[in-house]
Design a protein around this ligand. Structure first.
Ligand code: BGC
Length: 747
């Protein structure tokens, strides 16, 4: 008999969902029983994750045979009910033990319905929405034959040159941790055995975001203090939320690549953090150990990885090639392999794959949920909540600001190549890994045309050619100037092509690519009101754009419904409320720049050429272009009455927030704390709480935060969390720079 547990083989691809049950005793017995039947080869197969497509997404041919021969436990880049049902059927019916395959994929910001990229979504500070988009992505992906997603990416980074900044939640460990939790919760739901939830995978453990000089795959070098203060918290949060798996980083800790790092995977991850899920390598990181020069050959690399605690080898297929020999030679203890296999079998059991290996292959469900209208609506909501209004000047001599625009304006000149692009509105994974179809994406021009009145004349001019970094299409600028001059208002799309950020998307200069700076300069001369809409994955040096134009909207890479979402904001159907999850530098030279910098020995303010002994540059302000937490609204919020209350068991801080403008709106009220005297240098301020509130025009609300000990603790000299008595500066406001302050004394 091929199968250990009875399974119902379904003849057609139209298989209805069955309810799966999870019983932990039964699980353990079943795993023991299964393990006792497995040969060493079959065990190693469970640690082998192969890909159905190569590095450049070309199909590989021998996948089927590997499944048939029982050499594979997991497959990535194989999607769709039809494909995966077919492969699963081979695994179940033709391999000796019929152990189901686990299909894994990068479902990072949606599946076929693309949501805004993760950095963009972080700008919403809307944890509930973030959980919803992850849950919707899970619903689509599981309906399409996938069980595990390589998300959330929880790497903190402070370098916009690094293309993968687009995949994370920005620069702050506190916000990053809450978003990590929301995403894990969204993907996994309450029960992994539910066939519409995905197992999540927090990545990349650890410190990948520190890539030196912003170059992807560069090994960074940071202290254990920085590891614990900055990079670790979101992983901890993911573990607290029950994340089922972890992916190790391409990078190294203290020179030891994560894939071969026992301290990282055993001491820190398993022993200290208590993680008991599966640990997966990144793409060929086992074979990369040879490249890095820490392993003499592939066999040595295999030996180091398994000894260090790596369960699953992604794509290099070195475990299948070398582990058996290493065990037979007595170099690797079989117990180590058994432990890893147990974790894998447990994960497959948790996902319900032993109860019904076909439960994820339901073509009816696939048809129903992929691109479901409710997901498209969710995508639009998430996109507009993530957009950040960076500038909205008053029209000269008027009370009115440039935005929102009237839908019945006479004429609009839409300019810029990105205004008609579809794929570039998708963030890296959806675009490059072709889950989402670019033809489903609503372009900016389409969104604008759909929003305005029938009498509004909308013209479109490319302005320049955006194809890579080269300056192209300068000869198109005069036509753009002419179009601008003939219109009442200009909507100018600026930014980057989708492939410029994302993996391997490192850039050395964050000015707008191609001839866009020239286009900005030319349109600035027209004197016309211009709304600049930025479509990009990472912060850019947009000083010139901000200086030149009256309104600037950071729309990011907003996903499938991008064009509609941007138009919702431009024409006032939605009041912008996003806040930057990352600092926008003035220029490339300011990088790394982040709000929670530690206090140094000198003052940190002003440019005064007569007083050079400051913690500043001489040629530029130390301030960013836009600080962390910043974002405007069509209304204004006033903060007053900041008070600490120590009469309660847990002290609280309260602040009155008033919507002092004329329209209703959301505001993200942010709490920052500074411990005034600490054993080691600590930041000027750190985000320790926030609340996203809705206030009607004229309405006020008192927002209260508990000052719990965890908000006051820091990592002391001994690298352990510490809470001390003394003075703390409590700061509350609408961004990390404009804050009201009060001192709290902890006895
Ligand atoms: C990336 C991972 C990704 C994996 C599989 C790697 O190159 O670093 O984040 O999950 O490929 O696609």
């Amino acid at each position: 008999m091929k199968n250990i547990l009875p399974i119902i083989l379904l003849a057609s691809l139209t298989i209805s969902c069955t309810t799966k049950q999870n019983n932990s005793d039964k699980t353990m017995n079943h795993i023991d029983h299964l393990l006792s039947q497995m040969t060493l080869k079959e065990k190693i197969a469970q640690l082998n994750l192969i890909t159905a497509l190569d590095d450049y997404n070309n199909p590989l041919e021998n996948v089927e045979d590997k499944v048939r021969n029982g050499e594979v436990g997991h497959i990535l880049k194989s999607n769709g009910v039809k494909n995966n049902f077919y492969l699963q059927k081979i695994a179940i019916e033709e391999s000796r033990l019929g152990i189901p395959i686990m299909f894994q994929e990068d479902v990072i910001h949606g599946y076929k319905t693309a949501f805004p990229g993760p950095l963009a979504e972080a700008a919403s500070w809307n944890l509930e929405r973030i959980e919803q988009t992850a849950a919707a992505a899970a619903k689509e992906a599981t309906a399409s034959g996938i069980q595990l997603t390589y998300a959330p990416m929880v790497d903190i980074t402070r370098d916009p040159r690094w293309g993968r900044i687009v995949e994370g939640a920005g620069e702050d460990p506190y916000l990053g941790s809450l978003i990590a939790k929301a995403r894990v919760k969204g993907f996994q739901g309450d029960n992994l055995a539910d066939s519409s939830t995905l197992m999540a995978c927090a990545k990349h453990f650890l410190g990948y975001g520190d890539a030196m000089a912003g170059i992807d795959y560069n090994i960074g070098d940071f202290s254990e203090r920085e590891l614990r203060e900055i990079y670790l918290p979101p992983f901890k949060a993911a573990i607290e939320s029950g994340v089922g798996s972890m992916m190790v980083a391409y990078s190294a800790i203290d020179g030891v690549p994560a894939t071969a790092n026992k301290w990282l995977m055993q001491d820190l991850l398993r022993d200290e953090l208590g993680f008991d899920g599966i640990v997966i390598s990144d793409w060929r990181t086992v074979s990369n150990l040879v490249k890095t020069g820490v392993a003499t050959n592939n066999k040595d690399a295999t030996h180091q990885a398994i000894e260090a605690g790596l369960d699953i080898d992604m794509v290099s297929e070195l475990y299948v090639q070398n582990l058996e020999e290493l065990v037979n030679e007595g170099k690797v203890d079989i117990k180590l392999i058994d432990k890893a296999v147990r974790r894998v079998l447990k994960a497959k059991t948790d996902l319900g794959l032993f109860d019904d290996p076909y439960v994820y292959f339901d073509s009816v469900r696939e048809k129903k949920w992929v691109m479901h209208p409710s997901h498209l609506e969710l995508s639009r909501k998430a996109a507009r909540e993530s957009m950040v209004l960076l500038k909205n000047a008053r029209l000269s001599g008027q009370e009115k600001h440039l935005l929102p625009l009237s839908k019945s304006v006479n004429s609009i000149a839409v300019i810029g190549p990105l205004a008609t692009r579809q794929k570039d509105l998708l963030s890296w994974w959806a675009a490059n890994h072709s889950q989402a179809d670019k033809n489903d994406v609503v372009s900016l021009l389409h969104g604008i045309k759909a929003a305005v009145s029938s009498s509004t004349k909308v013209t479109y001019t490319e302005g320049i050619i955006l194809e890579g970094f080269e300056k192209k299409g300068l000869e198109l600028i005069p036509a753009a100037i002419k179009a601008a001059k003939q219109a009442d208002v200009v909507i100018l799309a600026l930014g980057e092509e989708y492939w410029m950020s994302g993996e391997g998307g490192s850039i050395s200069d964050i000015t707008l690519p191609g001839a866009q700076p020239e286009l900005v300069e030319a349109l600035a001369q027209t004197g016309k009101p211009v709304v600049a809409v930025l479509i990009n994955g990472r912060p850019f040096d947009i000083r010139k754009t901000v200086e030149s134009f009256d309104a600037v909207l950071e729309a990011w890479q907003p996903g499938t419904m991008g064009g509609y979402a941007i138009a919702d904001i431009l024409f006032g159907d939605f009041n912008p409320c996003g806040k930057l999850p990352v600092t926008f530098p003035q220029n490339t030279g300011q990088i790394p720049i982040f709000y929670n910098i530690k206090r140094g020995s000198h003052d940190f303010e002003g440019i005064d050429l007569k007083d050079r002994y400051k913690n500043n540059y001489l040629d530029i302000t130390h301030k960013p272009l836009f600080p962390f937490g910043f974002g405007l609204s069509y209304t204004t919020f006033e903060y007053s009455n900041l008070r600490v209350n120590t009469d309660t068991d847990i002290p609280t801080v309260g602040i009155k927030v008033t919507n002092s403008g004329k329209v209703d709106g959301f505001e993200v009220v942010q709490l920052y704390i500074k411990d005034i005297v600490t054993q080691v240098a600590t930041p000027h301020k750190q985000l320790k709480g926030f609340e996203r509130i809705f206030l009607k025009a004229g309405e006020s609300k008192v927002v209260t935060f508990n000052i719990t000990d965890d908000k006051l603790s820091y990592i002391g000299k001994e690298l352990k969390p510490l809470i001390e008595a003394g003075e703390f500066e409590i700061m509350v406001g609408g961004n990390s720079e404009e804050l009201l302050k009060v001192v709290y004394i902890r006895k």
